[in-house]
Every structure is written in structure tokens, then in C-alpha cells.
Write a protein that binds this ligand. Structure first.
Ligand code: TYC
Length: 113
């Protein structure tokens, strides 16, 4: 056995230097989540917003009233966090329901970072 062989040998678990750039990390990434938000406006009745929050977001009356008031006072609020597909469905349901009742209520979604 030469000295060079001893110096180059890798111990178990000690990878060769060339692997550092090529090794891939096992991907355990969860799918991204999306915040669904309601926006304030001057015309949609408060009770309509409360009804939307109960109907489409499964909130009880007290929770729905509280979030409605937050939107009213702050301009917007996150009303739930969902997968992309569920978030899109919620936004579409709210926008369609508001349009059918001729209220300008706006609902949007945004990727959660
Ligand atoms: N600002 C509205 C009003 O005073 C109430 C409102 C609350 C509208 C929340 C939209 O997302 C909203 N009638």
C-alpha cells in the first residue's frame, strides 16, 4: 500500500469531491399554498359579505362578522389558505355569487411565500 492510496481513500459516507456538484437533493417539497383575500369596497352590504364568508369559507357568524369588519377597516383580509385548485374555486365561487347579486365585491388569490 502506497501513501497516495491511503490519502485518496474515502471513508464510508465520505463522498468523492466530484459528487458535490452532481448530487441531487431528495425532493420533499410540499405544494405551494395560496391566500384567498377579500377586498373592501364602498357598496357591497356588510351582511352580504358575512353571508359569503359563512357560505364559501365555512365560518360561523361571529368569525364571519369579525373578518368582514377587518376587511371594512383595513381594506383587505386573508379569509383562508388553500391549494391552488381549491383557492381558484373559492375565488370563482365568490366572484360569481357577487356578480349574480350585482355587488362589486372582489376576491383574489396570492401565493403564500
Ligand atoms: N365597506 C362595505 C360597507 O361599508 C362593507 C364591506 C366589507 C364591503 C367587506 C366589502 O369585502 C368587503 N358596506
Amino acid at each position: 500500500m502506497h501513501l497516495d492510496d491511503i490519502m485518496m481513500a474515502n471513508s464510508p459516507g465520505d463522498e468523492d469531491q466530484t459528487d458535490l456538484l452532481t448530487k441531487t437533493k431528495p425532493k420533499t417539497k410540499r405544494p405551494p399554498l395560496y391566500k384567498v383575500m377579500l377586498l373592501n369596497d364602498d357598496f357591497t352590504p356588510m351582511e352580504f359579505v358575512v353571508h359569503v364568508l359563512e357560505r364559501f369559507f365555512g365560518l360561523n357568524h361571529a368569525q364571519a362578522f369579525e373578518i368582514m369588519l377587518t376587511v371594512h377597516k383595513k381594506g383587505l383580509a386573508v379569509v383562508g389558505v388553500f391549494s391552488h385548485e381549491i383557492a381558484e374555486t373559492k375565488v370563482a365561487q365568490v366572484m360569481d355569487f357577487a356578480r349574480r347579486h350585482q355587488h362589486p365585491l372582489q376576491c383574489t388569490m396570492e401565493k403564500e411565500e
